[in-house]
Design a protein around this ligand. Structure first.
Ligand SMILES: Cc1cccc(C(=O)O)c1OC(=O)C1CC1
Ligand SMILES: [Zn+2]
Length: 336
Protein backbone atom coordinates (compact mmCIF):
# COMPACT_ATOMS: atom_id res chain seq x y z
CA UNK A 1 0.00 0.00 0.00
CA UNK A 2 1.45 3.36 -1.01
CA UNK A 3 1.54 5.65 1.98
CA UNK A 4 2.99 9.08 2.64
CA UNK A 5 5.94 8.80 4.95
CA UNK A 6 8.17 11.40 6.53
CA UNK A 7 11.84 11.63 7.39
CA UNK A 8 14.71 14.07 7.77
CA UNK A 9 17.49 14.41 5.23
CA UNK A 10 21.14 14.73 6.24
CA UNK A 11 20.75 18.50 6.61
CA UNK A 12 17.91 18.10 9.12
CA UNK A 13 15.21 19.12 6.62
CA UNK A 14 11.89 17.27 6.99
CA UNK A 15 10.43 15.69 3.85
CA UNK A 16 7.20 13.85 2.98
CA UNK A 17 7.56 11.15 0.36
CA UNK A 18 5.99 7.99 -0.96
CA UNK A 19 6.72 4.78 0.87
CA UNK A 20 5.04 1.40 1.16
CA UNK A 21 3.37 -0.18 4.14
CA UNK A 22 3.55 -3.93 4.38
CA UNK A 23 -0.07 -5.16 4.22
CA UNK A 24 0.38 -7.79 6.92
CA UNK A 25 2.39 -5.74 9.38
CA UNK A 26 2.90 -2.12 10.28
CA UNK A 27 6.36 -2.23 8.72
CA UNK A 28 7.09 0.47 6.15
CA UNK A 29 9.66 0.32 3.35
CA UNK A 30 11.52 3.09 1.53
CA UNK A 31 9.86 2.05 -1.71
CA UNK A 32 8.07 4.60 -3.89
CA UNK A 33 5.84 2.68 -6.29
CA UNK A 34 4.59 5.82 -8.04
CA UNK A 35 7.72 6.45 -10.19
CA UNK A 36 8.35 3.94 -12.96
CA UNK A 37 8.86 0.46 -11.52
CA UNK A 38 9.80 2.07 -8.23
CA UNK A 39 12.42 3.93 -6.25
CA UNK A 40 13.78 1.60 -3.55
CA UNK A 41 16.41 2.66 -1.04
CA UNK A 42 18.42 0.28 1.13
CA UNK A 43 21.21 0.45 3.69
CA UNK A 44 24.40 -1.61 3.81
CA UNK A 45 25.27 -1.31 7.51
CA UNK A 46 28.83 -0.27 6.65
CA UNK A 47 29.61 -3.48 4.77
CA UNK A 48 33.04 -2.98 3.17
CA UNK A 49 32.55 -1.52 -0.30
CA UNK A 50 34.62 -4.24 -1.95
CA UNK A 51 32.41 -7.03 -0.60
CA UNK A 52 29.21 -5.07 -1.20
CA UNK A 53 30.11 -4.40 -4.84
CA UNK A 54 31.13 -8.07 -5.27
CA UNK A 55 27.95 -9.45 -3.69
CA UNK A 56 25.81 -6.91 -5.49
CA UNK A 57 27.30 -8.01 -8.81
CA UNK A 58 27.24 -11.74 -8.01
CA UNK A 59 24.04 -12.17 -6.06
CA UNK A 60 22.17 -8.94 -6.76
CA UNK A 61 22.57 -8.02 -3.10
CA UNK A 62 21.03 -4.60 -2.49
CA UNK A 63 21.38 -4.38 1.28
CA UNK A 64 18.76 -4.24 4.00
CA UNK A 65 15.41 -2.49 4.27
CA UNK A 66 15.66 0.84 6.09
CA UNK A 67 13.90 0.74 9.44
CA UNK A 68 11.06 3.07 10.19
CA UNK A 69 8.94 3.81 13.20
CA UNK A 70 5.44 3.56 11.70
CA UNK A 71 5.74 5.89 8.73
CA UNK A 72 8.67 7.93 10.02
CA UNK A 73 12.14 7.04 8.71
CA UNK A 74 15.01 8.08 10.88
CA UNK A 75 17.99 7.26 8.61
CA UNK A 76 18.86 10.68 7.12
CA UNK A 77 21.33 9.29 4.56
CA UNK A 78 18.64 6.90 3.29
CA UNK A 79 15.97 9.63 3.25
CA UNK A 80 18.35 11.89 1.29
CA UNK A 81 19.09 9.15 -1.23
CA UNK A 82 15.38 8.41 -1.64
CA UNK A 83 14.34 12.03 -2.10
CA UNK A 84 17.20 12.83 -4.48
CA UNK A 85 16.67 9.71 -6.59
CA UNK A 86 13.00 10.71 -6.95
CA UNK A 87 13.97 14.25 -7.92
CA UNK A 88 16.38 12.92 -10.56
CA UNK A 89 13.72 10.52 -11.88
CA UNK A 90 11.40 13.53 -12.23
CA UNK A 91 14.13 15.55 -14.00
CA UNK A 92 14.66 12.96 -16.74
CA UNK A 93 10.90 12.33 -17.04
CA UNK A 94 9.71 15.94 -17.07
CA UNK A 95 12.56 17.59 -18.99
CA UNK A 96 13.67 14.83 -21.37
CA UNK A 97 10.59 12.57 -21.47
CA UNK A 98 12.76 9.68 -20.29
CA UNK A 99 11.10 7.07 -18.07
CA UNK A 100 13.95 6.20 -15.68
CA UNK A 101 17.50 5.23 -16.65
CA UNK A 102 16.52 2.73 -19.36
CA UNK A 103 13.52 4.71 -20.61
CA UNK A 104 11.45 1.69 -19.55
CA UNK A 105 10.72 2.62 -15.93
CA UNK A 106 13.75 0.73 -14.54
CA UNK A 107 13.61 0.47 -10.75
CA UNK A 108 15.98 2.94 -9.08
CA UNK A 109 17.86 1.10 -6.36
CA UNK A 110 20.19 3.01 -4.01
CA UNK A 111 22.16 1.72 -1.06
CA UNK A 112 23.63 4.00 1.59
CA UNK A 113 26.13 3.46 4.44
CA UNK A 114 28.44 1.45 2.22
CA UNK A 115 31.93 0.99 3.66
CA UNK A 116 33.35 2.79 6.65
CA UNK A 117 33.63 6.55 6.12
CA UNK A 118 33.83 5.80 2.38
CA UNK A 119 34.43 9.04 0.44
CA UNK A 120 32.82 7.75 -2.73
CA UNK A 121 29.64 7.36 -4.70
CA UNK A 122 29.31 4.99 -7.61
CA UNK A 123 27.01 3.45 -10.17
CA UNK A 124 27.87 -0.26 -10.32
CA UNK A 125 25.96 -1.04 -13.49
CA UNK A 126 22.80 -1.91 -11.60
CA UNK A 127 22.31 0.57 -8.77
CA UNK A 128 23.65 3.65 -6.97
CA UNK A 129 26.07 3.18 -4.08
CA UNK A 130 26.84 5.82 -1.45
CA UNK A 131 29.47 6.10 1.25
CA UNK A 132 29.03 8.16 4.41
CA UNK A 133 32.18 10.19 3.80
CA UNK A 134 34.80 10.64 6.51
CA UNK A 135 33.10 13.74 7.89
CA UNK A 136 36.04 15.99 6.98
CA UNK A 137 36.50 15.66 3.23
CA UNK A 138 32.93 14.57 2.60
CA UNK A 139 29.72 13.86 4.44
CA UNK A 140 27.12 11.33 3.32
CA UNK A 141 27.26 11.57 -0.46
CA UNK A 142 23.55 10.80 -0.83
CA UNK A 143 22.91 14.32 0.45
CA UNK A 144 24.15 15.88 -2.80
CA UNK A 145 21.44 16.00 -5.45
CA UNK A 146 24.10 16.73 -8.09
CA UNK A 147 26.04 13.65 -6.90
CA UNK A 148 22.96 11.44 -7.15
CA UNK A 149 22.01 12.80 -10.54
CA UNK A 150 25.64 12.30 -11.61
CA UNK A 151 25.46 8.62 -10.56
CA UNK A 152 22.10 8.09 -12.23
CA UNK A 153 23.37 9.71 -15.42
CA UNK A 154 26.10 7.04 -15.53
CA UNK A 155 23.16 4.65 -15.68
CA UNK A 156 21.53 6.62 -18.50
CA UNK A 157 24.85 6.69 -20.39
CA UNK A 158 25.21 2.92 -19.99
CA UNK A 159 21.74 2.36 -21.36
CA UNK A 160 22.32 4.71 -24.31
CA UNK A 161 25.75 5.46 -25.78
CA UNK A 162 27.75 3.53 -23.15
CA UNK A 163 30.82 5.73 -23.59
CA UNK A 164 33.95 3.67 -22.84
CA UNK A 165 35.06 4.68 -19.35
CA UNK A 166 38.69 5.61 -20.06
CA UNK A 167 40.74 8.34 -21.78
CA UNK A 168 38.77 10.80 -23.94
CA UNK A 169 35.50 8.84 -24.15
CA UNK A 170 35.67 8.37 -20.38
CA UNK A 171 36.16 12.11 -19.90
CA UNK A 172 33.07 12.75 -22.05
CA UNK A 173 31.21 10.12 -19.98
CA UNK A 174 32.19 11.93 -16.78
CA UNK A 175 31.37 15.34 -18.26
CA UNK A 176 27.88 14.24 -19.36
CA UNK A 177 27.34 12.92 -15.82
CA UNK A 178 28.44 16.29 -14.38
CA UNK A 179 26.33 18.23 -16.88
CA UNK A 180 23.08 16.40 -16.03
CA UNK A 181 24.10 16.31 -12.36
CA UNK A 182 24.25 20.10 -12.37
CA UNK A 183 21.14 20.59 -14.51
CA UNK A 184 19.04 18.16 -12.44
CA UNK A 185 20.07 19.99 -9.25
CA UNK A 186 19.20 23.21 -11.05
CA UNK A 187 20.57 25.58 -8.42
CA UNK A 188 20.64 29.29 -9.19
CA UNK A 189 23.89 31.25 -9.00
CA UNK A 190 27.34 29.78 -8.49
CA UNK A 191 26.06 26.55 -6.98
CA UNK A 192 24.71 25.51 -10.37
CA UNK A 193 28.20 24.93 -11.72
CA UNK A 194 29.72 23.35 -8.59
CA UNK A 195 29.70 19.57 -8.17
CA UNK A 196 29.25 17.99 -4.76
CA UNK A 197 29.32 21.35 -2.97
CA UNK A 198 26.63 20.29 -0.47
CA UNK A 199 28.56 17.26 0.73
CA UNK A 200 32.16 18.49 0.30
CA UNK A 201 34.35 19.64 3.27
CA UNK A 202 31.66 20.65 5.74
CA UNK A 203 34.28 22.85 7.46
CA UNK A 204 34.92 25.02 4.39
CA UNK A 205 32.30 27.09 2.58
CA UNK A 206 32.17 27.74 -1.16
CA UNK A 207 34.44 24.91 -2.30
CA UNK A 208 33.46 21.74 -4.18
CA UNK A 209 34.73 18.57 -5.78
CA UNK A 210 34.73 20.26 -9.19
CA UNK A 211 33.73 23.57 -10.77
CA UNK A 212 32.27 23.58 -14.28
CA UNK A 213 32.47 27.37 -14.67
CA UNK A 214 36.03 27.71 -13.36
CA UNK A 215 37.71 24.29 -13.44
CA UNK A 216 41.11 25.87 -12.84
CA UNK A 217 39.95 27.11 -9.44
CA UNK A 218 40.04 23.59 -7.98
CA UNK A 219 43.42 22.15 -7.01
CA UNK A 220 44.02 18.44 -7.63
CA UNK A 221 47.76 18.32 -7.07
CA UNK A 222 50.15 16.28 -9.12
CA UNK A 223 47.74 14.94 -11.71
CA UNK A 224 48.20 17.90 -14.06
CA UNK A 225 51.01 20.22 -15.03
CA UNK A 226 49.83 23.15 -12.90
CA UNK A 227 48.00 20.95 -10.37
CA UNK A 228 44.57 22.34 -11.33
CA UNK A 229 41.67 20.95 -13.35
CA UNK A 230 42.15 21.82 -17.06
CA UNK A 231 39.85 24.32 -18.84
CA UNK A 232 41.33 23.90 -22.34
CA UNK A 233 42.04 20.90 -24.55
CA UNK A 234 45.74 21.83 -24.79
CA UNK A 235 45.95 21.45 -20.99
CA UNK A 236 44.43 17.95 -20.94
CA UNK A 237 45.98 15.27 -18.72
CA UNK A 238 47.73 12.61 -20.78
CA UNK A 239 48.81 10.22 -18.04
CA UNK A 240 47.19 6.95 -17.08
CA UNK A 241 45.99 7.83 -13.58
CA UNK A 242 42.23 7.98 -13.05
CA UNK A 243 41.73 5.70 -16.09
CA UNK A 244 43.42 8.29 -18.27
CA UNK A 245 42.05 11.29 -16.40
CA UNK A 246 38.30 10.69 -16.80
CA UNK A 247 37.52 12.89 -13.75
CA UNK A 248 40.18 15.42 -14.83
CA UNK A 249 39.64 16.06 -18.54
CA UNK A 250 35.86 16.04 -18.02
CA UNK A 251 36.36 19.61 -16.81
CA UNK A 252 37.28 20.71 -20.34
CA UNK A 253 33.90 19.65 -21.77
CA UNK A 254 32.16 20.92 -18.61
CA UNK A 255 33.54 24.38 -19.41
CA UNK A 256 32.08 24.17 -22.92
CA UNK A 257 28.64 23.30 -21.49
CA UNK A 258 28.83 26.25 -19.10
CA UNK A 259 29.85 28.60 -21.90
CA UNK A 260 26.99 27.41 -24.14
CA UNK A 261 24.58 28.04 -21.25
CA UNK A 262 25.88 31.31 -19.78
CA UNK A 263 28.04 32.70 -22.55
CA UNK A 264 31.36 34.35 -21.76
CA UNK A 265 34.85 34.90 -23.12
CA UNK A 266 37.36 32.10 -22.65
CA UNK A 267 40.95 32.32 -23.98
CA UNK A 268 39.81 35.26 -26.10
CA UNK A 269 36.85 33.47 -27.69
CA UNK A 270 33.42 34.98 -26.94
CA UNK A 271 30.32 32.79 -26.68
CA UNK A 272 26.75 34.18 -26.59
CA UNK A 273 24.92 31.92 -24.13
CA UNK A 274 21.58 30.27 -24.92
CA UNK A 275 20.44 29.30 -21.41
CA UNK A 276 19.93 26.03 -19.55
CA UNK A 277 16.67 24.89 -21.16
CA UNK A 278 18.16 24.75 -24.64
CA UNK A 279 21.61 23.52 -23.58
CA UNK A 280 20.29 20.51 -21.67
CA UNK A 281 18.19 19.42 -24.67
CA UNK A 282 21.21 19.71 -27.00
CA UNK A 283 23.38 17.52 -24.76
CA UNK A 284 20.60 14.98 -24.20
CA UNK A 285 20.05 14.69 -27.96
CA UNK A 286 23.81 14.47 -28.61
CA UNK A 287 24.11 11.68 -25.99
CA UNK A 288 21.13 9.65 -27.18
CA UNK A 289 21.46 10.12 -30.95
CA UNK A 290 24.97 11.02 -32.04
CA UNK A 291 27.71 9.95 -29.59
CA UNK A 292 29.19 6.45 -29.88
CA UNK A 293 31.08 4.37 -27.25
CA UNK A 294 34.49 5.60 -28.45
CA UNK A 295 33.50 9.26 -28.92
CA UNK A 296 36.15 11.72 -27.74
CA UNK A 297 36.25 15.51 -27.66
CA UNK A 298 36.23 16.05 -31.44
CA UNK A 299 33.19 13.74 -31.80
CA UNK A 300 31.51 15.50 -28.82
CA UNK A 301 31.85 18.80 -30.69
CA UNK A 302 30.27 17.37 -33.85
CA UNK A 303 27.49 15.62 -31.92
CA UNK A 304 26.59 18.81 -30.05
CA UNK A 305 26.60 20.86 -33.27
CA UNK A 306 24.40 18.31 -35.06
CA UNK A 307 21.99 18.11 -32.10
CA UNK A 308 21.83 21.92 -31.94
CA UNK A 309 21.21 22.09 -35.71
CA UNK A 310 18.38 19.52 -35.43
CA UNK A 311 16.72 21.50 -32.66
CA UNK A 312 17.53 24.96 -34.05
CA UNK A 313 17.89 24.69 -37.86
CA UNK A 314 19.97 27.06 -40.00
CA UNK A 315 18.07 30.08 -41.31
CA UNK A 316 18.83 31.30 -44.87
CA UNK A 317 21.91 29.12 -44.82
CA UNK A 318 23.25 30.74 -41.64
CA UNK A 319 23.72 28.72 -38.45
CA UNK A 320 21.22 29.54 -35.69
CA UNK A 321 22.35 31.37 -32.57
CA UNK A 322 22.27 28.01 -30.76
CA UNK A 323 24.58 26.34 -33.30
CA UNK A 324 26.85 29.39 -33.21
CA UNK A 325 27.05 29.14 -29.40
CA UNK A 326 28.04 25.47 -29.58
CA UNK A 327 30.69 26.12 -32.25
CA UNK A 328 32.15 29.07 -30.33
CA UNK A 329 32.21 27.15 -27.02
CA UNK A 330 34.18 24.28 -28.52
CA UNK A 331 36.51 26.78 -30.24
CA UNK A 332 37.01 28.39 -26.81
CA UNK A 333 38.15 25.12 -25.20
CA UNK A 334 40.37 24.30 -28.16
CA UNK A 335 38.32 21.44 -29.65
CA UNK A 336 37.82 21.87 -33.44
C1 LIG B 1 32.77 11.21 -5.42
C2 LIG B 1 33.16 10.22 -6.49
C3 LIG B 1 34.30 9.43 -6.36
C4 LIG B 1 34.64 8.52 -7.37
C5 LIG B 1 33.87 8.40 -8.54
C6 LIG B 1 32.74 9.19 -8.69
C7 LIG B 1 31.92 9.09 -9.96
O1 LIG B 1 30.71 8.85 -9.89
O2 LIG B 1 32.52 9.30 -11.04
C8 LIG B 1 32.36 10.08 -7.65
O3 LIG B 1 31.20 10.80 -7.74
C9 LIG B 1 31.28 12.04 -8.36
O4 LIG B 1 32.24 12.40 -8.98
C10 LIG B 1 30.07 12.89 -8.13
C11 LIG B 1 29.87 14.12 -8.87
C12 LIG B 1 30.31 14.16 -7.41
ZN1 LIG C 1 31.17 9.77 -12.41
Amino acid sequence: VDVTAKGMDIFGKLHSFNAVKDASSSKHFLYDGTRGKGVHTFKANRMPETSFILLSGLLGLTGFEVESNKNFFYDPAAVSAHINASKTFDYFKNIHGRNSLDNNGMKLVSTVHIGDKWNNAAWNGKQMLYGDGDGQRMISLSGGLDVIAHEMTHGVIEKTTNLIYENESGAINESIADIFGAFAENKTGEGLWLLGEDIWTPGIQGDALRSMSDPGSVYIGGYTEDGYYPDHYDKRYLGELDRGGVHINSSINNKAAQLITDGGTHYGVTVNGIGKARTEKIFYRALTLYLTPSSGFAEMRQAAIQAARDLHPDRNGAPSLEVQAVMAAYDAIGVY
